[in-house]
Design a protein around this ligand. Structure first.
Ligand code: ATP
Ligand code: MG
Length: 277
């Protein structure tokens, strides 16, 4: 138990760029105590001291709970790893260039450490935006050890059933293991909690079928580490301007790919016998 706390405190103090002395000054906990905890010589420190340290390190809520659990010897919290992606499309065809561009966007994550990296897949109705984004998300699942969040925002639903950002955030909180009684009242607090929970994680967030940038904005994580893929019939130009989103305009499948898709869907024999050929 002491080892777990020791390792966690050392990790988070160094990550915050603080010496033991600086953390002591900031938290009011003596250097001796910090040193003892970090060396594993104080397996049962006073919980109040750990709270002071956690506050001084300004850690997101789930990391705070992990440290406090380590200090009390509570079993390690298994926070759920959400896997919300709908299934990949069977018989995906083409889009090699676009998949390559999405991969390149992912590689830029390491370079753009200070920003949430967003890719906005835009194009006309039914052109294959959702299918492309989903296929790519499945292909790259192993790059996101903390899982994937997905919401269909229904921005262009013919029945007008657009999903409000507040509803989407509550869905994400649920997927992140927040019990309903702990969901704060009010959209701002809910968004704040959502952003704190994803702050330390490497997750893919897929915001599918968005109407516009306003619907998307509250669902964007606040810090780097997460990658967001938005699909929309609109070009989401303001997201490009405000969040430096990488825009990926999607055109129709090439004729060869469309034929391949039809052949797969209809069965190769039927497609060949078609009078249109
Ligand atoms: N690359 C592809 N390979 C195989 N099937 C595809 C591909 N692209 C699109 N499809 C098929 O085309 C249909 C429409 O695609 P999709 O739902 O992705 O379009 P969309 O651009 O997201 O549409 P909307 O604007 O309504 O959101 C789906 O049934 C999907 O299976
Ligand atoms: Mg779609």
């Amino acid at each position: 138990m002491g080892d777990r706390l020791a390792a966690a405190l050392l990790h988070h103090r160094r990550r915050a760029g603080l010496t033991q002395e600086a953390l002591s000054e900031r938290s009011g906990v003596s250097v001796r105590t910090i040193r003892a905890i970090e060396s594993g010589n104080r397996p049962n420190p006073q919980l109040a001291s750990v709270r002071q340290l956690v506050t001084a390190l300004d850690l997101p809520p789930h990391t705070q709970s992990e440290l406090l659990a380590a200090a009390t010897g509570a079993p390690e919290q298994v926070s759920p790893v959400p896997r919300q992606l709908p299934p990949d499309v069977v018989g995906f065809v083409g889009r090699a260039d676009e998949l390559g561009r999405l991969d390149a966007m992912l590689d830029s994550v390491d370079r753009e450490q200070s920003a949430v990296v967003i890719s906005a897949v835009a194009g006309t109705a039914g052109v294959g935006k959702t299918t492309l984004a989903l296929h790519w998300a499945h292909r790259t699942a192993d790059r996101f050890p903390d899982g994937q969040l997905y919401v269909n925002l229904r921005g262009f639903d013919a029945r007008g059933a657009m999903v409000e950002a507040a509803e989407a955030v509550r869905g994400f909180l649920d997927a992140l293991g927040v019990p309903p009684r702990r969901v704060p009242v009010g959209i701002d607090a809910q968004v704040g909690l959502y952003r704190s929970l994803v702050a330390d994680r490497h997750m893919l967030v897929m915001l599918d079928n968005a109407r516009d940038a306003d619907q998307v904005r509250p669902l964007l994580p606040g810090t780097a580490g997460c990658v967001v893929v938005v699909t929309s019939r609109n070009h989401l130009a303001s997201l490009v301007a405000t969040h430096n989103a990488h825009l990926l305009p999607l055109d129709l499948l090439t004729v060869a790919d469309a034929e391949l898709l039809l052949a797969r869907r209809l069965g190769r024999g039927r497609w060949r016998r078609s009078p249109a050929r």
